[in-house]
Design a protein around this ligand. Structure first.
Ligand SMILES: [Zn+2]
Length: 323
């Protein structure tokens, strides 16, 4: 095991995780909004060794619903002047059993969702003007929303579930631990979740457990189609039931859709937590998940990690509807 300090100021005392340097003022804000990040431990190579398995290769593509440039420091706890292409997108997986969508992001009701969530939410997320509902992006890519037979979510936050109600023929698969986390939520916008998104699909909702064998160093798995094409693995921390999806693409490449474990590829590379850590439910557990992603990056060239909101990482995949 290699222990990596998350990139944060060194000077710490009770009640002060950020030091005194003016350069670190931004981190002071993060500390107020969130919490000091625990160190990230990176597993050694054997822990992320490839699990040999027969797996069906599938085509996949990206359905971008929002993208714009932001300063990278807003996405990762690093004092940097670099830019970040912030994106909200879904992934379409073309499986013989039917079209599967990972993280159906914005529903037709995105405008209503934002307005009813209130002015604070809108100050953070903006308005519907910059956002395109998933069904519209599907149609632009000449894909019929009625043909979507499966939907899976990396976690239950509002920007990963908004279109569940717009996919009437989709079985919705979600980790049982995530469903248990959201069960007590009753407010319109509660802990980052809009419970009505899941309620709209309640008759099509199926909870799964990670009862499958260890794979690629993950201690357990759930094989969505039973053929190795799409495998869910636990990626807890951002939320209790956060899930990553290993998708076997062509040419021996496995794509790992890691949800909001980090918002950026930089967070995987450093490794580092987000700037805004108040959005994360369990920081020590999240540290372990981020460390695992970093180890995959170091030791598994056949695995491409794609954080949900990193536009540059998403651009490494085909875009749905593009020739
Ligand atoms: Zn998100």
């Amino acid at each position: 095991m290699k222990s990596v300090e998350a990139p944060r100021p060194r000077s710490r005392s009770p009640g002060d995780c950020v030091g005194r340097s003016p350069v670190r003022t931004l981190f002071a804000v993060a500390a107020v909004l969130g919490a000091c990040a625990p160190p990230i431990t990176v597993p050694d190579a054997p822990l992320v060794a490839r699990t040999e398995r027969a797996a069906r290769e599938v085509e996949l593509c990206v359905l971008t619903q929002e993208a714009y440039a932001r300063p990278l420091w807003q996405g990762v706890a690093q004092a940097t002047g670099d830019s970040w292409t912030y994106a909200i997108a879904s992934i379409a997986v073309k499986h013989p059993a039917g079209l599967l969508i990972i993280d159906p992001a914005f529903g037709r009701s995105i405008g209503d969702d934002l307005h009813r969530a209130g002015p604070f939410a809108m100050s953070l997320f903006g308005t519907e003007q910059t956002k395109t509902p998933l069904v519209k992006v599907l149609e632009q890519a000449r894909l019929d929303p009625a043909d979507v037979r499966y939907a899976v979510v990396t976690h239950a936050h509002w920007d990963h579930t908004g279109a569940l109600g717009d996919l009437p023929n989709a079985r919705v698969l979600i980790a049982r631990s995530e469903l248990a986390w959201v069960a007590p939520f009753t407010r319109y916008f509660d802990h980052g979740v809009m419970p009505h998104h899941l309620k709209r699909a309640k008759d099509r909702l199926f909870a799964f457990d990670f009862k499958g064998p260890p794979i690629d160093g993950f201690e357990a798995s759930f094989d969505v189609f039973g053929d190795g094409a799409v495998i869910a693995v636990p990626m807890p921390g951002h939320t209790p039931g956060s899930t990553a999806f290993l998708v076997r693409g062509s040419g021996g490449i496995t794509w790992l859709f890691s949800g909001d474990t980090t918002w950026t590829s930089r967070g995987v590379e450093l490794p580092a937590h987000k700037f805004l850590r108040a959005v994360d439910v369990d920081l020590p557990v999240l540290s372990s998940s981020i460390g695992r992603l970093n180890a995959l990056l170091l030791h598994r060239s056949d695995v491409k990690v794609v954080p949900a909101h990193d536009g540059a990482a998403l651009s490494g995949l085909p875009q749905c509807g593009s020739p």
